[in-house]
Design a protein. Structure first.
Length: 304
């Protein structure tokens, strides 16, 4: 049976949080959110984890997240997202500071994920055991196929921070639970008891609390790399001079869905998402993990 790979997007420096939040210990023995993600992935039958990081903190990251840390239960690999990782014929504009976005980060793994389906997650998001079981089953069912992708959807009201606005991919879904659209909203928050977002014109708009959103937990087969490589060149031709432009996963997914090239199944499961978007979120994350341990969902020590 094919074992999926887990691709962890960990290249972001977390400027709002003020440190390498991917390494921040939130468990009782210093476990990071990544530890719980990998523990859940192992339980769900994943065989390898690939971290997308930056050379800037490679040494520190490698020293912490070794195969030995995970008890030798899963293969570990690293790839790097840097500004100069561009197709032939393109150079980094002098004013460019921001990374090229989440889909650019995914593309960095093309050389180490070749045949098996893979799931993509954020390093600093806690997705829940059920989410890994759900996406793992789907990925095994499409192993060896093409153009059948998936994502785990969450209600937007269950994904907000009490300490500031968040970015979410707001999804449209048809009667067969296939994605019809995904729009990246970069300023979603609860104001006076109502959930709102800032649109392209800077105006605040209401958003249904039950609207399904992407938390960047996607499932793909390796053909996705080829599509991304081809489309990234077109994307750069139109956007390379915009220092704030980012090649998001929803950008690529929307193109494939709208063109009829691929379908993306929106998977629903009872898992509860939480994460550390701002430093002030951390105490609540620590407490929720403590309660999950008390309920028997996780051992006191993940890696014995």
């Amino acid at each position: 049976m094919v074992k999926p790979t887990l691709l962890v997007l960990a290249a972001g420096m977390g400027s709002r949080y003020g440190s390498l939040k991917q390494m921040d210990g939130v468990g009782p023995n210093g476990e990071a959110i990544i530890d719980y993600s990998i523990y859940d992935a192992i339980r769900a039958g994943f065989g390898k984890v690939v971290f997308v990081i930056r050379h800037l903190f490679e040494k520190e990251f490698r020293e912490i997240f070794t195969p030995g840390r995970f008890g030798g239960q899963i293969e570990v690999d690293f790839v790097f997202q840097e500004l100069d990782k561009l197709p032939a014929g393109f150079t980094v504009p002098a004013e460019r500071v921001k990374p090229w976005g989440t889909n650019h980060a995914v593309m960095m793994a093309a050389g180490v994920i070749r045949e098996e389906p893979f799931a993509v997650i954020n390093a600093d998001d806690f997705y829940g055991q059920e989410a890994y079981q759900t996406i793992g089953r789907y990925l095994r069912s499409v192993a060896g196929q093409k153009n059948h992708y998936c994502m785990v959807g969450y209600e937007v009201q269950n994904t907000l921070s009490d300490f500031g606005a968040v970015s979410r991919g707001v999804c449209g879904v048809d009667a067969n639970n296939n994605l019809t659209s995904m729009v990246e909203r970069t300023s979603i928050e609860r104001i006076n008891g109502k959930i709102v977002f800032k649109d392209e014109n800077g105006e605040m708009r209401p958003l249904d609390g039950k609207a399904p959103v992407s938390m960047n937990m996607f499932g793909f087969t390796p053909d996705y790399f080829d599509y991304s490589e081809k489309y990234f060149s077109s994307y750069l031709k139109d956007n390379i001079d915009n220092p704030k432009s980012e090649f998001y996963i929803p950008t690529m997914v929307n193109k494939l869905v709208n063109d009829g090239t691929a379908q993306m199944r929106v998977l629903h499961c009872p898992a509860q998402w939480f994460g550390v978007t701002y430093k002030e979120d951390r105490p609540a994350v620590v407490e929720r993990i403590r309660k999950l341990i008390a309920a028997g969902s996780y051992p006191e020590k993940l890696w014995k």
